[in-house]
Ligand binder design. Structure first.
Ligand code: MGD
Ligand code: MGD
Ligand code: MO
Length: 657
C-alpha cells in the first residue's frame, strides 16, 4: 500500500508539474550497499530531475572533478601505496579515525607503523594535531583553506630547481610549460604568511619529497571541502605526477576492480558540467547534481517551476549538509516527501511515507565502491547474516519499485532492461562470447547478484564465460575471507585514460581560472577572525549512530575545541559555554580547551544537532549537540560546487555560566 501510494503521488506530481518537480537527495550509506549502487544509474536516469543533490558535494566531488580533468574519468582515483612508500605526506585526512576513505585500508595505524619501521616517514599537514599526526614524524599546522598555496609553492620549487621528472609519463602529459608559468608567483616566501607555514619548512618539505626514493602525497576531505577544494585535490596529483610518483610502486596507483570498471578503453569521457543551472543563483550542475549547500534555497524557491516533492535515499541532509535548518523548513512545505531510511530522524520525520530497507546484516554485500579506493586489489562477498523480516525489501528493490511504479513498469522488467544492457555491453567487449551464452550462464534470478556475477566473469580475473577456472560469483562466495588480488600495479597509464588522444591533461580552463582566483589572494592580509573546521571521531558515523548507547556513552564529543591561547584571550573556560557566530547563524556550544588545534582555529564535529521535534530518537535527543552545518553558510568550491565546511570565519565569545 505504501509503495502504491508513493508511486501514485509521484506520478501525479510529475505528470502535472514536470520531472523537475521531484527533487532527490542521495546519501552516504548507499556507498556501502552494492545492490543500491548497481541500480542507482537507472534510478537517476528514470527520475531525470535537475533537482538532484547528494552527499558527494559535501565530500569528494572536487576529487571527482580533478580526476576527470586529468584522466578523463571522475572515478579514476589514484590511491597511495601506503605499504611500499617511504615518505607519506597526509593532507586533510585523518585515516587513523576514518579508516582512510580515498585510500581504503584496514588498520591504517599498523600500516603507518610499518612505514616507520622500514625507516620511512609520515608527515601530516593539518590544522589540528590529529590522531594520525600523533603517529607522524612531522606535523605541520596549516591555516585552513590554504593547501593550494602550499602545493603550488612545491610545484614552483620543482620547476625553479629543474626537479620536474615525470618518469614514464613524461611523453603523455600536456601543459607542463604552461604550469611552470602559472606557478611562478607562488614562492615559499609569498605563500608562507597565507598558509602559516614558514618558508624554511616549505623548502624542507620539498627537499625531503625530492630526496626520498618513494614519496607520495595523499589528500582527502580536508582538501575537498574547502575554498579551493578542486585546486588542492588537483595539486595533490600534480605534485605526484611531476616527480614520477603517479602510476608507480610506492607512489599513487590505480586500483583494478575485479568487476572491470578500471580496464583499458578507447572510450572518451565528456565532462558533464553546466548543462543546467540552479534556479535561485544560477550555479552550474556537475555530474548531474546541484550543490547540496543550495538544496535549501532550491526547495524553498516558489517560482512556477518549483519543487513539489522530495525523495531522500539513505541521507540525513537536515544535519549533514549546510543550511540544514533552512532545509528543514523548506522540506516541511513540500506537497509530498518520501524517505528511504531506517530511522525516523531529522530528515525522515518530515516524510509522508518512510520506506525502510533491509539493513547491512540483512543483505549480502560486495565491496563495489571500495575496490576502486583500496590499497590492494581484492574481491570480497559478504553473505547475509540475519534473515530479514517477511516482506522486508532491499534498497535496490525499493529504488526499482519507486521508478517502476512512476513509469508503469515492474521491478522484473526494469531488472531485465539492465540485464540485457549489461549482457550486450559484455558481448561487445569479449570477442568470443555472444549474448545468448552470457545470458544462459547468468541464469534467470532477478537482482544484483546476477549482475555482479556477470561483471566478475567479464572482469580482469574472470572466467570470461569460457568455463575456465577464472573468477565467478560462486567461486568468490566460497572464499570466506575474500580474495586478495595482489598489490596495486604500476603501468596502468596511459591505457586507462579516457581523455581525447589518451593525454594527461595537466591544465584545463576551469583550473586556470581558479589559479587566477587564488593568485588574487597573494600579498593580501589574512582575514580577521577564527577559522572553523570539522572533526571526525571513531564512534560517530556522520549523523546516524547517536541513538545507540554504545556510540554516545561517555563525555559529549560535540565540543568546540579551542587552543589555550585563544581561550585565554576570549575568556573561555574548559567545559564552559561559548557563543559561536558566523555570517549566517549563532549557536551556543560547549568549549573544550585543547592545544591539538592550532591558534586561530576552532573545531566542531558534524552530524550533531538532534534538536528537531518529531524524530523518534530519544537517546540522540539527549545527546543533541549543535549542528555545525547551521553555522557554515553558503560557501562553495566554485569549479565543483562542493560545500566549504572547513575554514569558515567565526567569532567566539564566552557565555556567562
Ligand atoms: N560540516 C560537515 N558536514 C559534512 C561532513 C563534514 O566533514 N563536515 N562530511 C560529509 C560527508 S563526507 C558525508 S558522506 C555526508 C553524509 O551525509 P548523509 O549521507 O546525508 O548523512 P548520514 O548522516 O550519513 O545519513 C545517513 C542516513 O542513512 C540512513 N541509513 C543508514 N543505513 C541505512 C540503510 O541501510 N538503508 C537506508 N535506507 N538508510 C540507511 C540513516 O538513518 C541516515 O538517515 O555528510 C557530509 N557532511
Ligand atoms: N569513525 C568515522 N569514520 C568515518 C566517518 C565518520 O563519520 N566516522 N566518515 C566516513 C566518510 S563519509 C568519509 S568521507 C571519510 C573522510 O575521511 P577523512 O578525510 O580521513 O576524515 P576527517 O577525519 O574528516 O579528516 C579530515 C581532516 O582534514 C583536516 N582539515 C580541515 N580543514 C583542512 C584544511 O584546510 N587543510 C588541511 N590540510 N586539513 C584540513 C581536519 O582537521 C581533519 O583532520 O571518513 C569515513 N570514515
Ligand atoms: Mo563521506
Amino acid at each position: 500500500a505504501a509503495l502504491a501510494l508513493v508511486g501514485e503521488r509521484l506520478a501525479a506530481i510529475r505528470n502535472t508539474h514536470g520531472k523537475d518537480a521531484i527533487a532527490m537527495y542521495y546519501g552516504n550509506p548507499n556507498g556501502h550497499n552494492f545492490g543500491a549502487q548497481i541500480y542507482t544509474q537507472l534510478f537517476i536516469q528514470l527520475l531525470d530531475t535537475q533537482r538532484f543533490f547528494s552527499a558527494g558535494s559535501v565530500d569528494q566531488q572536487p576529487k571527482n572533478l580533478s580526476c576527470e580533468l586529468l584522466y578523463g574519468s571522475a572515478w579514476t582515483f589514484p590511491i597511495p601505496d601506503i605499504d611500499r612508500c617511504d615518505y607519506f605526506i597526509c593532507m586533510g585526512a585523518n585515516p587513523l579515525v576514518s579508516q582512510g576513505s580515498l585510500m581504503s585500508a584496514p588498520d591504517v595505524g599498523a600500516r603507518f607503523r610499518a612505514l616507520r619501521e622500514r625507516d620511512g616517514r609520515l608527515v601530516v599537514i593539518d590544522p589540528r594535531r590529529t590522531e594520525t599526526a600523533e603517529l607522524a614524524d612531522w606535523h605541520l599546522s596549516i591555516r585552513p583553506g590554504t593547501d593550494a598555496f602550499l602545493l603550488l609553492a612545491i610545484v614552483n620549487l620543482l620547476f625553479e630547481n629543474e626537479r620536474v621528472q615525470p618518469g614514464h609519463l613524461a611523453e603523455h602529459i600536456d601543459g607542463l610549460e604552461r604550469l611552470r608559468t602559472l606557478a611562478r608567483s607562488f614562492t615559499p616566501g609569498a605563500v608562507s604568511p597565507i598558509t602559516g607555514i614558514g618558508a624554511p619548512d616549505i623548502r624542507r618539505l620539498y627537499e625531503e619529497f625530492c630526496a626520498t626514493t618513494r614519496p607520495v602525497v595523499y589528500g582527502r576531505i580536508g582538501l575537498c571541502t574547502q575554498e579551493f577544494g578542486t585546486l588542492s585535490s588537483w595539486l595533490v596529483d600534480v605534485v605526484n605526477l611531476l616527480r614520477g610518483r603517479l602510476d608507480t610502486e610506492g607512489g599513487a596507483m590505480f586500483p583494478r576492480p575485479a568487476t572491470g570498471q578500471g580496464e583499458d578503453s578507447d572510450a572518451v569521457g565528456e565532462l558533464q558540467r553546466a548543462r543546467w543551472h540552479s534556479r535561485v543563483r544560477g550555479f552550474p550542475e556537475y555530474m548531474s547534481m546541484l550543490p547540496a549547500t543550495l538544496m535549501a534555497e532550491e526547495l524553498a524557491w516558489d517560482g512556477e517551476d518549483r519543487a513539489r516533492a522530495l525523495i531522500t535515499v539513505a541521507g540525513n541532509p537536515v544535519l549533514s549538509v549546510p543550511n540544514g535548518d533552512r532545509l528543514h523548513a523548506a522540506v516541511g512545505k513540500l506537497d509530498f516527501v518520501v524517505a528511504l531510511d531506517i530511522y525516523i530522524n531529522e530528515t525522515s520525520s518530515l516524510a509522508d511515507v518512510i520506506l525502510p530497507s533491509t539493513v547491512q546484516l540483512e543483505h549480502s554485500n560486495y565491496d563495489f565502491l571500495f575496490q576502486s579506493t583500496a590499497v590492494r586489489n581484492f574481491a570480497r562477498y559478504s553473505p547475509r547474516v540475519l534473515e530479514p523480516e517477511p516482506g522486508a525489501r532491499d534498497q535496490w528493490q525499493l529504488l526499482l519499485e519507486l521508478v517502476g511504479r512512476m513509469n508503469a513498469m515492474s521491478v522484473e522488467h526494469l531488472d531485465q532492461l539492465i540485464f540485457d544492457g549489461l549482457a550486450q555491453r559484455i558481448a561487445d567487449t569479449l570477442p568470443d562470447c555472444d549474448v545468448a551464452r552470457i545470458k544462459s550462464l547468468a541464469g534467470d534470478e532477478c537482482g544484483p547478484e546476477r549482475l555482479l556475477d556477470m561483471m566478475l566473469r567479464a572482469g580482469p580475473h574472470g572466467e570470461r564465460f569460457a568455463g575456465g577456472d577464472g573468477l565467478t560469483l560462486a567461486r568468490l562466495k566460497s572464499a570466506e575471507h575474500g580474495i586478495d588480488l595482489g598489490p596495486l600495479m604500476p603501468g596502468r597509464l596511459p591505457g586507462i585514460l579516457r581523455t581525447a588522444g589518451k593525454r594527461i591533461r595537466l591544465l584545463h580552463p576551469l583550473i586556470e581560472a581558479d589559479v587566477a582566483r587564488l593568485r588574487q589572494r597573494l600579498g593580501k592580509q589574512n582575514p580577521a577572525g577564527l577559522l572553523l573546521i570539522g572533526r571526525r571521531h571513531i564512534r560517530d558515523m556522520n549523523s546516524w549512530l547517536h541513538n545507540l548507547h554504545h556510540f554516545v556513552r561517555g563525555k559529549s564529543r560535540c565540543t568546540l575545541r579551542v587552543h589555550p591561547e585563544d581561550a585565554a584571550r576570549l575568556g573561555l573556560r574548559d567545559e564552559g559555554q561559548a557563543q559561536v557566530r558566523s555570517a549566517v547563524a549563532e549557536r551556543i556550544v560547549t568549549v573544550e580547551i585543547s592545544d591539538d588545534v592550532m591558534p586561530g582555529v576552532v573545531s566542531l564535529p558534524h552530524g550533531f544537532g538532534h534538536r528537531y521535534p518529531g524524530t523518534r530518537q530519544a537517546l540522540a535527543s539527549e545527546h543533541a549537540g549543535v549542528s555545525v552545518n547551521d553555522l557554515v553558510g553558503d560557501g562553495l568550491d566554485l569549479p565543483s560546487g562542493t560545500s566549504i565546511v572547513n575554514g569558515v570565519t567565526v567569532e567566539v565569545s564566552a557565555v556567562a555560566p
